[in-house]
Design a protein around this ligand. Structure first.
Ligand code: ADP
Ligand code: MG
Length: 677
């Protein structure tokens, strides 16, 4: 057995359990050892039977003198045992566990942990944890796993109990004595005051004192972050060394570029200028750019991308702008054509249904832009809008299409600094942390159920008075847009049209509609032929309807704050004052606190940080598509540790060849993660 052994191959109990364990993300021996307890039961107080006192949690150890099933009048079964040590004896009771009489026998040495309680008019042990003891140490003390110590409690799944997990982990550590070579270089262990890896694994599961779990957790969290960051740094280094792209000429075109941005109807924000500056520095190098541009909804990412595409054109190179949906692609196509066509730059559109007709300098579209049928003469730049992380295959396709073009990814999803440092460690990051001048914030109200009717009335009046429009976002039911979600939305749409807004014209938009149907509805909405658009939560990120001034979000409590903020950004895009109504039926204090933040905070990054604190990272960034948690021990909220791990990783990277065990570990991590190649 070693750390990488698949549990399924271990036979015995694992044959049956391997499948169940997969639900917990446990496949290998290593995964099992890294299944970290989420709390500990303190059964460390071992006392003699004559010292037992009512209400106390304690461990008693002795001999079973008798055990029997008792049948009560109401057909319940009680298991009653008597346990004795040299100081006395005590009654021990369990309820409805008749098999116990087959497991525990008179004469067995037993250790029980639990609360001393009043039962049958005397102090008894009621429903304690128990284990038969087979082994003693040199001093004659019982060797126990589930009682008489700090006992780890794990997250469980059907058919896998904490007790079972505990026994298996105990076996691996103490019976197989599986140990690993220390892979963190000694100077780092010393500087960061970290304990050894084997000690950490032992103490996270079976601590002698609770303080030990703190040290153990520190070590394991550090490892996790350090290895992740070291891998990212080494990938970044390789990327720089191996990949050769085309350096853009920047100096000679600076006048063209500033003339272009002076022609815009607004002044660029400082944040936009700073990002452009970062990007120009990237593209002037031969190493292809790999930058993430993050900016709140409405912060003006498109114009930044447009300027860089213009620079590509000046360099006689083509650009791609890729959007996640057809609607967004069409919207970008129209914006960019308007901006760049006067400069004799040819912009074409490619979607599932539209193919580029002419030769182009800039191709805007959906994934269709990567279709084999489209050829590029000289692709120099790829801009990816609103896509979190680009898949390996797509990166490879892009690489080939254009001989390592520069890549700029844009997103409105706020990324807390800790997450940027870890998950996006191999990307360079620019942030648009400033909104264009004069943006009004969106007045937000939390609307409890009893005010719903008033809310609707107010909406109708507001829409009529201002000749404006609204979105109503239906409850978020499932992760992806299923038929259940669509049906619920359809029903909501019909009820609202008939019973609530019979004087207004409503439209329905959901993800199961064909792209052409969607375009048609949105076109009607744009022409103000529809007053209220009822939509499922996937209502296209980034759509721009300046005349929409109200957004209602149903069952708001089901969204994260960052998600709500994104949805809210669908309004407030024009001159008129805009509003966001958060409908909710569950107003427990926690939900209320979380949602009221939306009334006060209008900055996406701040809301994301708050989400991270309130809901924990698991909800937001903790899982990747596979459902596997990214971080098992460390948390994204620990900025200090992340920064320490990062600085140690950067320090050690140039001399990593001196540490073969660490190097092997990093290569192993790199092979598993998305690599840039
Ligand atoms: P996002 O970052 O959400 O993609 P957009 O690029 O769509 O934002 O920009 C939103 C709106 O703001 C557009 O209408 C755009 O023309 C406008 N805009 C962009 N930059 C500025 C600026 N510096 N000042 C004023 N308006 C701007
Ligand atoms: Mg955008």
């Amino acid at each position: 057995m070693n750390f990488n052994t698949q549990l399924a191959t271990l036979g015995g109990a694992f044959k049956l359990y391997a499948k169940r364990l997969q639900k917990l993300g446990i496949f290998t021996v290593n995964d099992l050892l890294y299944h970290i307890p989420f709390r500990y039961e303190d059964f460390s107080n071992i006392s003699k039977i004559n010292r037992l006192s009512l209400g106390e949690i304690t461990t008693l150890q002795g001999k079973v003198t008798e055990i029997k099933n008792i049948y009560t009048k109401n057909f319940k079964k009680i298991q009653e045992a008597r346990i004795a040590d040299e100081t006395g004896s005590v009654d021990t009771i369990w309820f409805n566990q008749p098999f116990l009489t087959r497991v525990i026998h008179a004469g067995d040495e037993i250790s029980i942990s639990g609360r001393a309680d009043w039962y049958n008019r005397k102090v008894s042990m009621v429903s304690p944890q128990y284990e038969i003891v087979y082994e003693k140490d040199n001093l004659g003390n019982f060797k126990t796993i589930h009682t008489g110590r700090f006992v780890p409690v794990y997250s469980e799944t059907k058919g896998v109990s904490s007790k079972w997990l505990r026994r298996q982990i105990y076996k691996i550590i103490y019976e197989y004595k599986l140990i690993q070579e220390e892979y963190i270089p000694y100077p780092i262990l010393k500087d960061q005051d970290l304990i050894g890896i084997n000690e950490a694994i032992e103490q996270i599961h079976f601590p002698n004192k609770l303080e030990q779990t703190v040290k153990a957790k520190q070590r394991l969290s550090f490892d996790e972050l350090f290895l992740m960051l070291l891998s990212a740094e080494s990938r970044k280094k390789n990327w720089r060394k191996i990949l050769k792209g085309k350096a853009f000429e920047v100096e000679n075109f600076k006048t063209n570029i500033s003339r272009f941005w002076e022609s815009l109807p607004f002044d660029l924000t400082n944040a936009q200028l700073k990002s452009i500056h970062d990007i120009l520095a990237d593209v002037s190098k031969e190493t292809p750019m790999n930058r993430l541009l993050q900016g709140d909804v409405g912060s003006g990412k498109t114009v930044v991308a447009t300027i860089i595409m213009y620079l590509a054109f000046l360099n006689n190179m083509q650009s791609i702008l890729m959007a996640p949906t057809q609607i967004l692609a069409e919207q970008h196509f129209s914006t960019i054509s308007k901006l760049l066509s006067p400069l004799k730059i040819s912009v074409e559109l490619a979607t599932g249904s539209v193919k580029p007709k002419n030769k182009f300098d800039i191709l805007v579209g959906t994934h269709a832009v990567l279709s084999e049928k489209i050829n590029f003469d000289n692709l120099g730049l790829v801009v990816i809008d609103e896509q979190q992380r680009f898949g390996v295959e797509q990166r490879a396709i892009i690489r080939k299409k254009g001989d390592n073009p520069h890549v700029l990814t844009m997103t409105a999803t706020p990324i807390p600094r800790t997450v940027a440092l870890t998950l996006y460690g191999d990307l360079d990051l620019s942030v648009l942390d400033e909104m264009p001048k004069g943006r009004k914030f969106i007045k937000t109200w939390l609307v409890p159920n009893e005010k719903r009717e008033n809310g609707y009335k107010w909406m109708e009046k507001e829409l009529k008075e201002n000749n404006s429009q609204a979105f109503i976002v239906c409850p978020f039911i499932e992760e992806s847009e299923s038929m259940t979600t669509v049906k619920a939305a359809t029903k909501e749409f019909e009820t609202l049209q008939k019973n609530v807004f019979s004087n207004l014209k409503l439209g329905l938009l959901h993800g199961k509609m064909k792209a052409t149907e969607k375009s048609k509805i949105l076109e009607k909405f744009r022409k103000n032929e529809i007053d209220i658009l009822v939509a499922t939560p996937v209502v296209e990120v980034g759509i721009d309807f300046p005349n929409a001034t109200i957004i209602v979000i149903e069952a708001a409590e089901r969204f994260g704050l960052a998600g709500l903020h994104q949805l809210r950004g669908r309004v407030g895009r024009g001159e008129k004052k805009s509003y966001c109504l958060l409908f909710t039926e569950s107003l427990n204090p926690e939900t209320k606190q979380r949602l009221t933040a939306m009334e006060k905070i209008h900055n996406g990054a701040e809301l994301a940080e708050l989400d991270l604190q309130l809901r924990g990272p698991g909800e937001i960034y903790g899982t990747v598509q596979s459902g596997k948690r990214v971080l098992k021990v460390a948390t994204f909220s620990d900025l200090t540790l992340i920064e320490k791990a990062k600085s140690e990783a950067q320090k050690i990277l140039p001399e990593i060849d001196k540490y073969p065990i660490l190097l092997a570990k990093v290569q192993n991590t790199n092979a598993k993660e998305i690599s840039p190649d």
